[in-house]
Design a protein around this ligand. Structure first.
Ligand code: UDP
Length: 238
């Protein structure tokens, strides 16, 4: 499959067209950004780690019957995905209190929720990705009621599969962000990435962060944390 033009360059990935109009090539970059792009760095090897972890997770989700855009891992830093139109909602699923929620609701960091908390954010950099509810989504016509039900249902299934997968690797899935898209047939699929850039993962024994918080709050070596996650999941080593 020959590679065509770069369609889009984001903070962590580049998306290319391919000779198949329904398939895109995603190349993971080594760039690290946080706080809406205010904090930036290049961490050599990060692209590989996120591509390997994301490929592995999407494959496991396929095995569990969770519809997603992943087609195949192409190389250490690239994967092929189904073309979708991204729905501009960031869906956050939370099992344990951390990050922005601790501040917003005055919770104790580390408090475990009996049932997962699902939140929607409007994907709009200029507005700073504000928290929105289902009425806002309906008013802005971002997604239909039916699509939103599907999104919630898939997000809940992803949480169940990944909580188990990470538990087996002695990791606590604290929270994570998902994005969804519509394919050719207008079906809603899980898209974007699932990686330590978009999840909070804590070591079950020590409570240590192994995710992007290492970079956000200068807690330690980001690549070392991501490598630990990949190794514990039994993924491709360098
Ligand atoms: N998240 C993300 N992209 C964003 C915002 C959040 O991937 O633009 C992820 C983040 O890594 C965490 C979860 O969503 O796993 C919840 O993030 P939170 O709302 O607590 O915001 P943060 O504290 O990261 O600013």
């Amino acid at each position: 499959m020959t590679t065509e033009a770069c369609l889009y360059e984001g903070k962590a990935k580049r998306i290319y067209e391919t000779s198949d109009k329904n398939v895109y090539r995603v190349a993971y970059k080594d760039d690290a950004t946080a706080f809406n792009g205010e904090k930036k760095d290049v961490l050599e090897g990060k692209g590989r780690l996120n591509n390997e972890i994301s490929s592995l997770i999407f494959s496991k989700l396929h095995e569990a019957g969770v519809p997603n855009h992943f087609v195949e891992r192409l190389s250490e830093t690239e994967q092929l995905v189904k073309k979708v139109d991204i729905i501009p909602i960031e869906v956050v699923v939370r099992n344990v209190a951390a990050g922005s929620l601790v501040k917003r609701l005055g919770l104790k960091r580390g408090e475990r929720f009996q049932d997962p908390i699902i939140e929607f954010y409007y994907k709009d950099d200029e507005l700073g990705d504000p928290l929105i509810n289902t009425d806002h989504i309906a008013y802005l016509k971002i997604a239909t009621e039916e699509e939103l039900l599907t999104i919630r249902e898939i997000a809940t299934r992803v949480n169940r599969v990944l909580t188990f997968l990470f538990k087996e690797a002695d990791l606590i899935l604290v929270d994570f962000k998902l994005e969804f898209g519509r394919d050719e047939a207008n079906d809603v699929l899980l898209a974007d990435e699932v990686s330590p850039d978009t999840c909070r993962l804590w070591d079950e024994q020590t409570g240590e962060s192994l995710d992007k918080d290492l970079f956000r709050f200068q807690l330690g070596d980001l690549n070392k944390g991501y490598e630990t996650i990949l190794t514990r999941l039994g993924g491709n080593q360098s």
